[in-house]
Structure formats: structure tokens, C-alpha cells
Design a protein around this ligand. Structure first.
Ligand SMILES: C[S@@+](CC[C@H](N)C(=O)[O-])C[C@H]1O[C@@H](n2cnc3c(N)ncnc32)[C@H](O)[C@@H]1O
Length: 264
């Protein structure tokens, strides 16, 4: 079991470029369960991870948008709807877009009983435009999407321009992405935070919020194997506390970048 999982992780890691294809995500949705379809293998790690990601996102929304109840939010690369459903639970009117039709189908199924219903649609952020008018949303959000959707900095800039087009002039663009230039940690796009900020600047966006989450040594050690929750929770929390209180931002796996339009 552990050997199978280790082999799967190595296989995944050595075929990272496949993450830019919808087939990869379709297959993943069909072969895994629950949050492992969109996030990590380990259910106990995903529990801690979800909680932390929502804390980081909620604090960014509070800072950038105030109360999100009733606001129109677009979740780009929504996968099976993990974040979209949370946004809706927080009172926003959320729409999810993903290029994996299997993910969109699964998300739609899970949200069927929600009131108001959540709209999930197939759409490719690497091939804009998405089917919405200019300034349709108070905020656009991408969690773990652009680092796999964009193959180079030109396509990142194009995707950011599209998010800017869809976001109201008074709104915000919120990214929580695994941003790395190294071979070990980089996803499809291997680029530094400074590269992302330059692409955002060229797309007419101004950075207004930044922080990190996902303490790398703990994330790498625990995200693939189902260790008991009582073990994962305190270790995960210790890592996040270390990131918050010590000058260790370079050891964050995910970066929260919040933007506004530079020219409103
Ligand atoms: C790591 S998963 C994250 C899913 C979701 N945001 C979450 O956090 O649970 C990345 C998602 O991005 C989607 N994705 C990748 N490239 C995309 C593209 N070009 N356009 C739209 N979605 C894309 C994948 O299908 C996948 O569902």
C-alpha cells in the first residue's frame, strides 16, 4: 500500500507537465475520492489543509472586499467545487469554471441541493475569453490553478489579463497558488513570486496582499500518506505557526497574492 502510494507520487511528480491537460484531471476525478480528486492523497492532511486555506482566503477577502455576503465571485479552476462550495457557504454568489468536464460534472452533482444553486461550467483559462462579460464579478479567485494551467510567463500574463477583464474595477483578484521556480516544487509553470508579480504588473494589476501557507517540510512529509488525524493536526499547525511568526516565508508551498486593478 505504502509502496503503491510512493510509486504513484513519483509517477505524478515525473509527469508534471500532464497537469496542463484536461485529460489528467478527468482521470484523477474518476480514479480518486473526495478532496483527493483536487488536492492531496491524504484525507487527514486535506482536512488540516482545507481549514487553513479557508482561513487564509477568508482573511484576504475581509481585507480586500469586506463582507462577501451577496457578492459575485468566480472560482477559476474550481475542480470538484471544494472552494466554490465554501464561498457559497460564506454567503457569496459563487460560479465555478474548470476545463475538466469530469470535475465540473462532479461539482454540479455535489451542489445540486444548494440554495441558491451554484453554477459550474466548463471553461479554459489558458484559452480566453471565458464566457462572461467584462466586470461580471466582484472578485475572481484561483486556488492551485494558474500554476498548472500556464506553461510559461506569457500565458500567465494572458490568464491574469482575463481575470482582470472579468473583475469589477472596484473588485479584487485573489490567487492562492503553488509558486516555485525549482524542479522539486514547481508545478507546470516554474517561476518565482517576483516573475508572477511582473506578469501581474504587465496585466495591469497592483499587489495589495501577500502571505504564505503550507510549510514545505511538513507538506512534503505528510500530504501523500494517510497518517492519523491526531498526528497530522498538531504538526501541521506547528508548521503554519512557524511560517507566521518566523522569517520563513520562503518555506511556504502556497502563496496568497491579492491584487486590485492598477488603474481604476
Ligand atoms: C489542484 S486542482 C485545484 C482545484 C480547486 N481549485 C481546489 O483547490 O480544490 C487544479 C484545478 O485546475 C484546473 N485547471 C487546470 N488548468 C486549467 C485551465 N487551463 N482552465 C481551467 N481549469 C484548469 C484542473 O482541472 C483542476 O481542477
Amino acid at each position: 500500500m505504502i509502496v503503491d502510494r510512493a510509486l504513484e507520487v513519483i509517477r505524478d511528480r515525473s509527469h508534471r507537465q500532464r497537469m496542463a491537460d484536461a485529460d489528467y484531471w478527468d482521470e484523477r476525478v474518476q480514479s480518486r475520492d473526495g478532496d483527493a480528486r483536487s488536492v492531496w492523497h491524504s484525507a487527514s492532511f486535506n482536512h488540516a489543509w482545507n481549514h487553513r486555506q479557508m482561513q487564509v482566503l477568508e482573511s484576504a477577502f475581509r481585507q480586500l472586499l469586506g463582507d462577501i455576503r451577496g457578492q459575485e465571485l468566480l472560482d477559476v479552476g474550481c475542480g470538484t467545487g471544494r472552494i466554490t462550495l465554501e464561498l457559497q457557504r460564506m454567503g457569496a454568489r459563487a460560479v465555478g469554471v474548470d476545463f475538466s468536464s469530469a470535475a465540473v460534472q462532479a461539482a454540479s452533482k455535489e451542489s445540486v441541493a444548494k440554495e441558491p444553486p451554484i453554477r459550474f461550467m466548463v471553461g479554459d483559462i489558458a484559452r480566453p475569453p471565458l464566457p462572461f462579460d467584462n466586470e461580471s464579478f466582484d472578485a475572481t479567485v484561483a486556488v492551485g490553478c494558474l500554476a498548472v494551467a500556464c506553461k510559461d510567463l506569457a500565458s500567465l500574463e494572458q490568464a491574469l489579463r482575463e481575470l482582470a477583464r472579468l473583475t469589477k474595477k472596484s473588485g479584487a483578484i485573489v490567487l492562492l497558488e503553488p509558486i516555485h521556480s525549482s524542479r522539486l516544487l514547481g508545478r507546470v509553470l516554474r517561476a518565482s513570486v517576483a516573475d508572477w508579480l511582473q506578469a501581474a504588473d504587465r496585466a495591469g494589476l497592483q499587489l495589495v496582499a501577500r502571505r504564505g501557507m503550507g510549510f514545505i517540510p511538513i507538506r512534503l512529509a505528510m500530504s501523500s500518506f494517510d497518517l492519523p488525524r491526531w498526528m497530522v493536526k498538531p504538526v501541521f499547525r506547528a508548521g503554519e505557526n512557524a511560517l507566521e511568526s518566523l522569517p520563513l516565508q520562503r518555506l511556504a508551498d502556497y502563496s496568497l497574492l491579492g491584487f486590485r486593478h492598477a488603474y481604476r
